[in-house]
Design a protein around this ligand. Structure first.
Ligand code: DC
Length: 226
């Protein structure tokens, strides 16, 4: 069996991270949540009042940002300069600001470089928006995950409620669709389906069903000669 790279891309809140995490654990692969890296940079920019339009300030700030993932109590957690920011990067303040930050070419360049390094040895599942197109254009398996927007809003709201955040359906929808719009229309590596990606629409699939489908694809790919 080959130690392949699995790239999972798709719109916001269609379950990419859940699938990526489940796949990585079933295959005993590493997992990288590339969105968490954009979120960590956003948190740093917000906390240090970095003006996104000031190129020099952005470049200087990036020099002071160190992002790592650590496994704590079987949970993959994001650390920014040695501090656990996993909860902070999921809040609305970061969610509302992350897409413009992810559109800054200097930010993308720095993070893509780190993402490529994380995948060097293979045996990895990475999810995001440009993994199959820019970060790993040669990934052995590319999955483009989609789901109906109403279903995505419902899932996102459930996720936020579970964290004790009560937001109206309207504000959740607005944030989600606005992020989709910015992510897929930005000039630098916009979200798009790679030509050789396999589309999985999980609107009507549960977590186990989507995992089984993806695992089947992974096993088929791993059996193929390099
Ligand atoms: O997957 P997520 O919602 O945590 O991603 C947060 C933001 O980061 C999202 O608006 C798009 C951006 N992103 C990106 O541009 N490229 C990636 N590879 C991953 C995320």
């Amino acid at each position: 069996m080959r130690n392949i790279i699995i790239a999972i891309d798709g719109y916001s809140s269609c379950g990419k991270s859940t699938l990526a995490r489940d796949l990585a654990s079933a295959l005993r692969f590493g997992y990288v949540d590339s969105g968490a890296m954009y979120r960590a940079v956003t948190l740093y920019f917000l906390n240090h009042s970095i003006d996104y339009d000031d190129r020099a300030a952005v470049i200087e700030a990036l020099r002071h940002i160190r992002i790592e993932f650590r496994n704590i109590n079987h949970q993959n957690r994001t650390f920014l300069n040695g501090q656990d920011v996993e909860d902070d990067i999921r809040d609305m303040r970061v969610s509302s600001a992350v897409s413009p930050v992810a559109a800054i070419p200097e930010v993308r360049r720095a993070l893509v470089q780190q993402q490529k390094a994380l995948g060097q040895t293979g045996g990895i599942v990475m999810d995001g928006r440009d993994i199959g197109t820019v970060v790993f254009p040669d990934a052995e398996l590319k999955i483009f995950l989609t789901a109906d927007p109403d279903e995505r809003v419902r899932r996102r709201q459930l996720e936020l409620t579970a964290k004790g955040l009560e937001l109206t359906e309207e504000s959740v929808r607005e944030n989600l669709l606005e992020r989709d719009r910015i992510d897929s229309t930005r000039a630098d590596s916009p979200l798009r389906q790679a030509d050789d990606a396999i589309v999985i629409d999980n609107t009507l699939l549960n977590r186990q069903e989507q995992l089984e489908l993806a695992l089947q694809l992974a096993h088929e790919t791993m059996k193929q000669p390099a």
